[in-house]
Ligand binder design. Structure first.
Ligand code: NAD
Length: 476
């Protein structure tokens, strides 16, 4: 049984759960401890006790610890990537890629420890100096989703520690193994007890305990809109700092002047890879009327070439859906789309593999409109719909007509339209001639509208959330 990590020690949970491989439900990856509310409070108490010391820790000590963690993650990329793919279902190359991203994030924040800075300014009043400095927030509660089991915990844990905060980490119920392996690495990095704690468990128990406890000064959450809203309200109710990253309904515009091969690559890669289970996946393909028939035919041709299968088998392009509930949700939306009048032009059927798993052939729904439920609600699977557009202006209006605003893409050879789109797309991330999913690790990540709330994650912009600003006046 894999235990909880609290105050520098490994502890049994109140109960445990089995971690099941979505490529083969006969494969039990392991049994993972589940914390109850009291154990979560123990972790919070440990973090609160460690916080004053860690806030004053030497930046070289922090940099060395983060660098050590990053180096080990990178050195073990194949093993950790395999574990990740086994529990989440993205293909092994995708799993390894995610692990590399996590390692690089720790390396980035190791260096970021050495770039902490403030401002010293003249005062507008006589005989005064003013200093503006950044201080840690204190104890940070981290609540993560299942779709990036090591990258998302890493892009929250690394800046939290770098800027001098203590952490209580709660991974998603479906994917404890990757965060547990990360914790095991962190446990050997030389951090004082209580600086980092892992409490696996249910959102309604562990998550709720983090939200309720006044000793948790800040909550960083990624997940669905429904949970995100609850988390935000609870945190704000007791004036805790809060950062919420949620879903998307990301558009990819394909203009009539697009290079067809680029358009097809962006659509297929962005919509279906990682089984479409990326918050930045394109799910609305908004396509110019003239290129529409050629685009649909070429996308179907590409989809027919994709191997859907076991995430760990070489040659698999698309792994399984993460679990039975998500598979049912995906298939429901395909049904809803057809009932609403869209055409199922490719795939959408459940597939049997050599092992029992949640396999779904990527689905392409054509003749869709932007007011259908499949165009408005996040599906979070290998399902995309194609919506025709009369002009660039029409396509832009359709792209922006959504409650979400995470990533927004365009494929065009027109500099004028690309430039206009960068300025007018209502999204936190804009992509020109590249897929809507797939981002760098050293720059901000996040959205607008219902996709995000609070300060941006990643890059040096993460300091905004993980620190608080102090202004000090000194008479001279
Ligand atoms: P989810 O909202 O179901 O769960 C997210 C986390 O919240 C889990 O750890 C869960 O245990 C916890 N939780 C559940 N109820 C809670 C409660 N009452 N109090 C506190 N915590 C609680 O999301 P999911 O299904 O794990 O993830 C998929 C969603 O995540 C999708 O909507 C996807 O778009 C989104 N996502 C967003 C981003 C981004 O950066 N914008 C990145 C990845 C995934």
């Amino acid at each position: 049984m894999k235990q909880l990590y609290i105050n520098g020690a490994w502890l049994d949970g109140a109960s445990s759960s089995a971690n099941i491989n979505p490529s083969n439900t006969n494969d039990v990856i392991g049994h993972y401890a589940l914390a109850d509310a009291q154990q979560t409070e123990l972790a919070i108490a440990a973090a609160a006790a460690a916080a004053p010391g860690w806030a004053l820790s030497n930046i070289q000590q922090r940099a060395d610890a983060l660098d050590k963690i990053g180096s080990e993650i990178l050195a073990r990329r194949e093993e950790l990537g395999t574990l990740l793919s086994r529990e989440e279902g993205k293909t092994r190359p995708e799993g390894i890629g995610e692990v590399v991203r996590a390692g690089n994030i720790f390396k980035f924040y190791a260096a970021e420890c050495l770039r902490l800075r403030g401002d010293k300014l003249p005062s507008v009043r006589p005989n005064l100096d003013v200093e503006v400095t950044r201080e840690p927030v204190g104890v940070v509660g981290i609540i993560a989703p299942w779709n990036f089991p090591i990258a998302i915990p890493s892009w929250k844990i690394a800046p939290a520690l770098a800027y001098g905060n203590c952490v209580v980490m709660k991974p998603a119920e479906l994917v404890p193994a990757s965060t547990w392996a990360l914790t095991e690495i962190i446990s050997r990095a030389g951090l004082p007890p209580g600086v980092f704690n892992l409490v696996m468990g249910h959102g309604s128990v562990v998550g709720q305990a983090l939200l309720n406890d006044r000793r948790v000064n800040a909550i960083s959450f990624t997940g669905s809109v429904a949970t995100g809203k609850k988390v935000a309200m609870a945190a704000m109710g007791r004036l805790a700092k809060v950062q919420i990253e949620m879903g998307g309904k990301n558009p990819l515009i394909v203009l009539d002047d697009a290079d067809l091969a680029t358009a097809v690559f962006c659509a297929v890669q962005g919509s279906y890879f990682s089984t479409g289970q990326r918050c930045t996946a394109s799910s609305r393909l908004i396509v110019g009327k003239n290129i529409y028939p050629r685009f649909v035919a070429a996308v179907k041709q590409e989809l027919a070439k994709l191997n859907v299968g076991d995430a760990l088998t070489a040659g698999t392009d698309i792994g399984p859906v993460v679990d039975a509930n998500q598979l049912e949700q995906d298939m429901n939306y395909i049904r809803i789309g057809r009932d609403e009048g869209a055409t199922l032009a490719f795939g959408g059927e459940r597939l049997d593999g050599p092992t029992p798993g949640f396999y779904l052939r990527p689905a392409l729904l054509t003749d869709a409109s932007n007011d259908m439920r499949i165009s408005r609600e996040e599906i979070f699977g290998p399902v995309a719909s194609v919506i025709p557009a009369d002009s660039y202006e029409h396509a832009l209006a359709l792209a922006n007509d959504t409650e979400f605003g995470l990533s927004s893409g365009i494929v065009t050879t027109s500099l004028k339209h690309a430039t206009h789109f960068k300025r007018h797309a209502q999204a936190g991330m804009v992509m020109v001639n590249v897929p809507t999913a797939g981002v760098d690790y050293h720059v901000p990540f996040g959205g607008t509208k219902a996709s995000s709330y609070g300060a941006r994650e990643q890059g040096s912009y993460a300091a905004e959330f993980f620190t608080t600003v102090k202004t000090a006046y000194c008479g001279v």
